[in-house]
Design a protein around this ligand. Structure first.
Ligand code: NAD
Ligand code: TYD
Length: 339
């Protein structure tokens, strides 16, 4: 099988490529990535010499470039990870989120229609469902939960999901969608909660917790997300949405304290800063459907996963120090300077 993996120089896409090349020796991957601030070719260095892997720098919203690639490469399957992915950046400037996440998805869907495809898989997020109240622990997101996005990021992802459903219903394109909870693990860009807190703690810098830190996220180790997507590609049903999550809900403040404890750093580094606008309270996935239909279950528990993740950031300092010492400093100052 020849897979066209977009956004493969980012966090989850790169982990997926490593997983796939290892697990399926008969498959080949063409990675298409625009190398935005979040894309990093260094991440893909371990597979660059692999004869079953090829990298092309291109924007998924560039119709001519995508059509030319589909025409010459004839992929069997497309897995679309490419996106603008950070909620805080979407609050600052929504436009690029619509351009990449919505228009980019439409271009890929059109290319699939034009050149034919066995499967188009859209990597979506639980954030399309909006949030759940903190005092209703009995509520979970199922595949039937109505879309109710809160941020420009989640609105753009929900729009892309609607387009995917429309291309399935209208044109019969074999589309699947997965909506996963928050991921953590190696190669996550240090603007996101877990790597940001690890990097700051290691530098003895303040750890900026939004509001009281009582918001809840449902954390999944990235490799478990990759195994779920792989199963959906091979055994999933076209037209179907699959929720992915491992029932691992934690308050932000507890995540931060866990990281400090693992690193042996003091809780006095925690600094409460102004809350995010429109901050979603709680995300919680009900993964019963993917378990029942495809037999998927997560393999990495949180205690194990967070230790492995912290260790990875300790062992791979040059990877993230390059980032935090570069252009990222301007972002950090803008976002946290007088918060
Ligand atoms: P990321 O920001 O780390 O990586 C995104 C990648 O997409 C980068 O390599 C970037 O260069 C590339 N990209 C951006 N715009 C592009 C464009 N126009 N054309 C081609 N490439 C482009 O994101 P991530 O955390 O790896 O997320 C990947 C996908 O998974 C996203 O679609 C996101 O919505 C979804 N998702 C993420 C999480 C999470 O917790 N991180 C959870 C559920 C779903
Ligand atoms: P994030 O990693 O941005 O993921 P998302 O908003 O997509 O869930 O944030 C996770 C949670 O951590 C979210 O509730 C916001 C909070 N947060 C902080 O408290 N401080 C920070 O510096 C960041 C980046 C996030």
């Amino acid at each position: 099988m020849k897979l066209f993996v977009t956004g493969g120089a980012g966090f989850i896409g790169s982990n997926f490529i490593f997983y796939l090349l290892e697990k399926h020796p008969e498959d080949a991957v063409l990675c298409v990535d625009a190398l935005t601030y979040a894309g990093n070719l260094e991440t893909l260095a371990p597979v660059m010499q692999n004869p079953r892997f090829r990298f092309v720098k291109a924007d998924i919203a560039d119709r001519a470039a995508m059509y030319a690639l589909f025409e010459s490469e004839k992929p069997d399957v497309v897995v679309n990870f490419a996106a603008e992915s950070h909620v805080d950046r979407s609050i600052e400037n929504p436009s690029i989120f619509l351009q990449t996440n919505v228009m980019g998805t439409q271009v890929l869907l059109d290319a699939c229609r034009k050149y034919g495809i066995q499967r188009y898989h859209q990597v979506s997020t639980d954030e399309v469902y909006g949030d759940l109240p903190l005092d209703r622990l009995d509520l979970f997101f199922t595949e039937q939960t109505p879309l109710h996005a809160s941020s420009p990021y989640s609105a753009s992802k929900a729009s892309a999901d609607l387009l995917c459903n429309a291309y399935f219903r209208t044109y019969g394109l074999p589309v699947t969608i997965s909506r996963c909870s928050n991921n953590y693990g190696p190669y996550q860009f240090p603007e996101k909660l877990i790597p940001l807190m690890i990097a700051n703690a290691l530098a003895d810098k303040p750890l900026p917790v939004y509001g009281e830190g009582l918001n809840v996220r449902d954390w999944l180790y990235v490799e478990d997300h990759c195994t779920a997507i792989d199963l959906i590609l091979r055994k999933g049903k076209p037209g179907q949405v699959y929720n992915i999550g491992g029932h691992n809900e934690r308050r932000n403040i507890d995540i931060v304290k866990t990281i400090l404890a693992i690193l042996g750093k003091p809780e006095s580094l925690i600094t409460h800063v102004a809350d995010r606008k429109g901050h979603d309270q709680r995300y919680a996935i009900d993964p019963a459907f993917i378990h029942r239909e495809l037999g998927w279950l997560p393999q990495t528990g949180f205690e194990d996963g967070i230790r492995k993740t912290v260790q990875w950031y300790l062992d791979n300092k040059p990877w993230w120090e390059n980032i935090v010492n570069g252009e990222y400093q301007t972002y950090y100052e803008r976002m946290y300077g007088n918060r």
